[in-house]
Design a protein around this ligand. Structure first.
Ligand code: CA
Length: 114
């Protein structure tokens, strides 16, 4: 009986939601090129944010400490076990999440977009 009115209401809601979804990507554009590094597995412990700059030598607290990581959509980062982007590495094309870096645990020393 009231089904037609309800359907019109749902259609209107759908239009509103679609508009929100279209707007979302541009709003999050500022987060591209970003990598998040965590001292503990499962994205726990101290967090380091790498944004729009490569780091040839991690500093104290970050160096040889990372256990999990995330890379935002729209960028790819490589994480190296030695300084100056050398040695074994993990390539992480965003969106990328790694709750535990396994054999690379507590070993990363440099990172760059790749
Ligand atoms: Ca660690």
């Amino acid at each position: 009986m009231n089904s037609r009115r309800i359907r019109h209401t749902l259609v209107a809601l759908g239009v509103v939601l679609a508009g929100t979804m279209v707007a979302a990507p541009s709003a999050s554009a500022a987060t591209t090129e970003t990598a998040y590094l965590f001292v503990n597995k499962d994205y726990q412990g101290q967090r380091f944010v790498l944004s729009n700059s490569d780091i040839s030598q991690f500093g104290p607290g970050l160096n040889d400490a990372i256990s999990s990581l995330q890379v935002s959509k729209g960028t790819t980062w490589c994480f190296y076990v030695d300084p100056n982007f050398s040695g074994d590495y993990v390539r992480a094309p965003g969106p990328y999440t790694l709750s535990y870096v396994g054999n690379y645990n507590d070993r990363f020393s440099s990172a760059r977009r790749c």
